[in-house]
Design a binder for this molecule. Structure first.
Ligand code: FES
Length: 216
């Protein structure tokens, strides 16, 4: 009987020892799978972001500098157009030597693209201009209000009707006649007959000396 039980006991002990071995070794089992190391790529990616950011800052800064330079250039160009150049200033005035104009003669000069009539009036013409009753005029104006020196009558040669250039020493009043629609101006350039509404315009001028006229 005992002899039959011994093999069973030893078998049971063997199973128990095997189970004990499993129970003690289970907690220390480790996976043999090695997870990949991405550290290198992560660091590399981070470095790329920094470079990209630096590039963006550089481009934004560059565009800012270029934009400021362009704005400065534009402002300078604009300001330069505001100041008159030397040739424009020269055109703003015209100088005329009066000693070349005989008494009783007209001269036409160009000023700012417009004709300017200069009449060296005779004493008779001056008296005639002053003997007009200005109340009868369409555009009442005394002769003395239109001249600085009675000998010299200076006017723009542009008809006040529609802008034609009147003809000198012509018309019914011994002054200027505009053939476009028949306006007559007297020896002071005042409108006397025809459709023109106003006297011939007197431009800004001065006498630099007795023999020099500056128009403008
Ligand atoms: S433009 Fe001189 S009369 Fe008409």
């Amino acid at each position: 009987m005992l002899a039959r039980l011994l093999p069973l006991r030893s078998a049971r002990n063997a199973v128990l020892s095997q189970a004990r071995l499993l129970s003690t070794t289970a907690p220390v089992c480790k996976s043999t799978y090695d997870s990949p190391d991405f550290t290198h790529y992560l660091n590399k990616s981070k470095g790329s972001d920094d470079k990209s950011r630096d590039f963006t800052y550089f481009m934004v800064g560059s565009y800012g500098v270029l934009g400021a330079a362009a704005a400065k250039s534009t402002v300078e160009s604009f300001l330069s157009t505001m100041s008159a150049s030397a040739d424009v200033l020269a055109m703003a005035k015209v100088e005329v030597k009066l000693n070349n104009i005989p008494v009783g003669k007209n001269v036409v000069v160009k000023w700012q693209g417009k004709p300017v009539f200069i009449r060296h009036r005779t004493q008779h013409e001056i008296e005639e201009a002053n003997n007009v009753d200005i109340s009868s005029l369409r555009d009442p104006e005394t002769d003395s209000a239109r001249v600085k020196n009675p000998e010299w009558l200076i006017m723009l040669g542009i008809c006040t009707h529609l802008g034609c250039v009147p003809i000198g020493e012509a018309g019914d009043f011994g002054g200027w006649f505009c053939p476009c629609h028949g306006s007559h101006y007297d020896i002071s350039g005042r409108i006397r007959k025809g459709p023109a509404p106003l006297n011939l315009e007197v431009p800004q001028y001065e006498f630099a000396d007795e023999e020099t006229l500056v128009v403008g």
